[in-house]
Design a protein around this ligand. Sequence first.
Ligand SMILES: CC(=O)N[C@H]1[C@@H](OP(=O)(O)OP(=O)(O)OC[C@H]2O[C@@H](n3ccc(=O)[nH]c3=O)[C@H](O)[C@@H]2O)O[C@H](CO)[C@@H](O)[C@@H]1O[C@H](C)C(=O)N[C@@H](C)C(=O)N[C@H](CCC(=O)O)C(=O)O
Ligand SMILES: Nc1ncnc2c1ncn2[C@@H]1O[C@H](COP(=O)(O)OP(=O)(O)OP(=O)(O)O)[C@@H](O)[C@H]1O
Ligand SMILES: N[C@H](CCC[C@H](N)C(=O)O)C(=O)O
Ligand SMILES: [Mg+2]
Length: 491
Amino acid sequence: MKLSDCLKALANFRQEGMGNPEINDLIIDSRLVKPGSLFVCIKGHHVDGHRFAIQAEKSGAAAIIAQDSVDVSIPVIYVGDTHRALAMIADHFYGYPSHDLHMVGVTGTNGKTTITYLVQSIQEASGINTGLIGTMGMRYKNEFIPVQNTTPEVHLIHKSLAKMKAQGASSVVMETSSNALYDGRVHGCDFNVGIFTNLTEDHLDLHGTMKDYMYAKSLLFSQLGNSYGTGQVKAAVLNVDDPASDVYKHMTAAHVITYGINKPADFYASSIQIMPAGTQFILNTREKSYPVSMKLIGKFSVYNVLAALAACSVQGLDLAEMIQTVEQIKGVPGRFEPVDAGQDFTVIVDYSHTPDSLDNALSTIREFAEKRVITIVGCGGDRERGKRPIMAKIAVDKSDLAILTSDNPRTEDPDSILQEMETGVTNRAYRKITDRRQAIRFAMQHANSGDIVLIAGKGHEDYQIIGTQKHHFDDREEARSAILERYNINK
Ligand SMILES: CC(=O)N[C@H]1[C@@H](OP(=O)(O)OP(=O)(O)OC[C@H]2O[C@@H](n3ccc(=O)[nH]c3=O)[C@H](O)[C@@H]2O)O[C@H](CO)[C@@H](O)[C@@H]1O[C@H](C)C(=O)N[C@@H](C)C(=O)N[C@H](CCC(=O)O)C(=O)O
Ligand SMILES: Nc1ncnc2c1ncn2[C@@H]1O[C@H](COP(=O)(O)OP(=O)(O)OP(=O)(O)O)[C@@H](O)[C@H]1O
Ligand SMILES: N[C@H](CCC[C@H](N)C(=O)O)C(=O)O
Ligand SMILES: [Mg+2]
């Protein structure tokens, strides 16, 4: 596409430097620039992308989008806000792909990955070709692309949507993190359905207060737009049991579909029975009630299923058939995933890395634990610090043995993170084993018959980030090899 065509997406800009080069890619990282790239300078949280304009020119960039002065001899397009311009140009460059896709966005502190996975499974089982974008990567048919962010950068989203559409997708479900909503990473995405899971403490390092965090999430609902008379149904799927839904319903002009357990809702679950092998409940809609017996465990899984069913009902899918699909789903990788290496105790790997998800995971386990509950937990470095003492307290209070350990310390000192966690624990005993491998090994060595060991925080992750280096590390592999080691030793 010619530069002048790209610029048709912008309402207000000034060009310096003559020329109308062909643009073959949109790039925000100078290290990825190739001949023909349009380099967009983004002011980041750490560095200012304008600093790399000269490097981009040297690498063959055809033109630059900037908001501050840059000294290069290729054409420069000056705009008020480069990130917003990036969204507009990208959407135009890739042919506005979201307009031709049924787009489902999921926001909330916990449950996003699980719900996207459920929605994709339900839609695929109903014959709807569905792409997925989220924490565990981008997935469409047999193609898998790893991602750096749960919600990738805006130009990568439009590029991926265009690719999925070209390969036959008619729907895409994606996680829209609060950071991404606030940063404008989903600008231009024409969502048909927005799902809200819940709002509990996380990411206050970026949002400051819970109120600002709540407002960041509301952007998904205000961005559903106003589409009456266009033939498109737009809907906000809201959790009635979370007070933030009362705010979000006023943020959108779309239909509001509610789900919940504690209060009456359009999709309402009653008679919930939580068992070690699954969960049963009655799903009540305005029309009918349906018994559901699924392999997913815990009350929080009931919320996730209600949200997914409510969202998919917007496409007119048959509820009884959707329930059959849900009943077949064994689980989501790293979410309450059992590790079975033949041991006589239970090991569960779970991605609970927030106070609320840890609390839910432990309450669920307590529903069926007959012997001791052993919890291994840490808190990520270079991430919100306020949650550290809270998570430690929950782990210690709700377990018979809590082992505090490391979870992606990143550039922080692992022992300092543990010390911050420890400030939340007052009068109960716990163990501290900084090395996560040793912590898992200790638990696997000391668990007795019938105990339940929860390894929290890393779920599907197959790495431990120490400093700026990613080392291969997988809780499931570590648990398995420690169990085998124990049995070999005992034999
Ligand atoms: C704090 C934060 O949101 N950071 C995001 C942000 O990076 P940044 O602002 O630090 O970027 P920067 O390093 O300052 O660089 C600024 C610009 O200079 C460019 N640059 C930089 C160096 C260079 O040599 N050349 C160059 O051109 C960079 O490419 C960038 O365009 O923009 C990047 C590009 O979009 C993101 O990948 C990055 O996410 C980082 C990895 C991150 O950890 N984000 C977390 C907080 C996050 O967003 N998490 C949510 C998940 C939350 C949840 O699931 O609950 C997510 O959606 O992933
Ligand atoms: N609806 C829910 N309410 C509370 N906790 C939940 C819910 N669903 C899942 N969890 C817990 O949160 C953990 C993370 O779940 P999931 O990965 O689906 O959330 P997420 O919102 O995608 O997280 P992230 O912010 O890291 O992308 C699970 O392992 C489980 O312990
Ligand atoms: N999406 C979450 C993931 C946290 C996972 C945990 N293992 C950690 O590294 O803190 C975040 O960016 O805060
Ligand atoms: Mg996720």
